[in-house]
Design a binder for this molecule. Structure first.
Ligand SMILES: [Zn+2]
Length: 383
């Protein structure tokens, strides 16, 4: 999974600390055009959205989301939510307040466009000062059985996209891209091989969305604009049933691996295996390993700490893949299986914590101490 990773010190410090106040003030603002045209029905749709934004209990949030999205996307049912709210959501909302740009009515549906911004936006000649708008998201409100529910915009966004299917992959492709069916069949072959390695048959099909820019792929999940929180080139569903690719690639091996090896709590392990078997960002594992070797060899605890500060970056992924290579070399894929349940922190500021739990599990599995682990890891790197 590659997120656009913005490491602004301010965000990390400020947003890692949840607010202590108990009463949540559901602050939001309306653009004057919304203010002048809002009626009772639009207000109801908006209330549902604002309550959803500020709700900290995911079960309650989920109960207000349309069932078809929950069936398909499960824990990622609101497609932009998990990448946008990487910190405590109420605190994040207090710094980047919802500003409602439009509420568009189409038959009985509504589309709400919301900009998240710092309250006092002052334009400046210095580019860095003009970053107070984090994102603009679009969400739908639909009526089902006499009740309003929130819904992703994706089905509307891809309505006119082209389609092509292999045995397990349903490609949904931006009209500006010609579908390369040979590549699609290659991806199917890779999927078959990978599921054979993991000894887990692929029983379900995968929706594989292909577009030609990160902006376009962000748009279909609801990000009209995403300086912060959007997807990078690709994102695989944690339930293994869908995949978004923003670089026109029909064989995005890294993300295809995630579809087979899915559900790991430990991000380093998850990215490690995907990079080991599928490379990353258009480079093979051998290539990124060689780049990593030039930059970081020999690895030691201090260097790993440095790498782990940025768990969204390539070096971190490669660190994970070297550990995976070590485990596979010594224990085969069964070794990966036995450490698959290694705990993770599901938090983007915890790269080092994920590394330490994975390191401990690996040491246990191979029955070695930390010094010996570094020795074997460096041995792999020097090959
Ligand atoms: Zn990944």
């Amino acid at each position: 999974m590659t997120y656009k990773y913005i490491t602004t010190l301010f965000l990390v410090i400020v947003l890692s600390t949840p607010l202590l106040s108990e009463e949540v003030n559901k602050e939001y603002y309306l653009h004057s055009i919304v203010q002048q045209t809002i009626r009772e029905d639009k207000q109801k749709a908006l209330d549902l959205w604002i309550d959803f934004l500020y709700e900290t209990n995911d079960t309650i949030r989920r109960s207000n989301w349309v069932a078809s999205d929950i069936d398909k996307y499960e824990d990622d049912y609101c497609l932009f939510q998990n990448s946008y709210f990487q910190f405590d959501r109420v605190t994040q909302l207090s710094y980047f307040v919802p500003f409602i740009l439009s509420i568009e009515k189409n038959n009985s549906d509504y589309t709400i466009r919301t900009m998240f911004m710092q309250k006092e936006v002052k334009l400046s000649d210095i580019g860095k000062d003009n970053q107070q708008i984090t994102s603009i998201v679009k969400v739908k409100v639909v009526e089902e059985n006499g009740r309003l529910y929130l819904k992703n915009v994706i089905d509307d966004e891809v309505k006119k996209w082209n389609k092509y299917s292999t045995k397990n992959i349903n490609y949904i492709v931006n009209n500006d891209i010609a579908i390369d069916t040979a590549k699609c069949n290659e991806a199917q072959k890779f999927l078959d091989e990978t599921s054979k390695i993991w000894e887990k048959p692929l029983t379900q099909s995968v929706d594989y969305y292909v577009s030609n820019s990160p902006e376009s792929i962000n748009r279909i999940v609801g990000f009209d604009f995403s300086f912060y929180g959007g997807f990078g080139n690709g994102m695989a569903g944690r339930n293994g049933r869908y995949l978004f690719v923003g670089n026109g690639d029909f064989t995005y091996y890294h993300e295809l691996v995630h579809l087979v090896f899915n559900g790991a709590a430990n991000r380093l392990l998850s990215e490690g295996i995907a990079t080991y078997l599928g490379g990353t960002n258009e480079k093979t594992y051998a290539e990124v390993k060689s780049d990593f070797q030039k930059e970081h060899y020999p690895l030691d605890s201090a260097k790993i700490t440095e790498i782990s500060i940025y768990p969204g970056q390539r070096s971190y992924y490669v660190l994970g893949s070297i550990i995976c290579e070590l485990v596979v070399n010594e224990k085969g894929i069964a070794g990966i299986k036995s450490i698959w349940d290694t705990a993770g922190y599901d938090d983007f500021s915890n790269g080092l914590a994920d590394y330490n739990t994975l390191r401990e599990r690996t040491q246990q599995l191979l029955d070695i101490d930390e010094t010996e682990l570094y020795k074997r890891v460096n041995n792999i790197l020097s090959q």
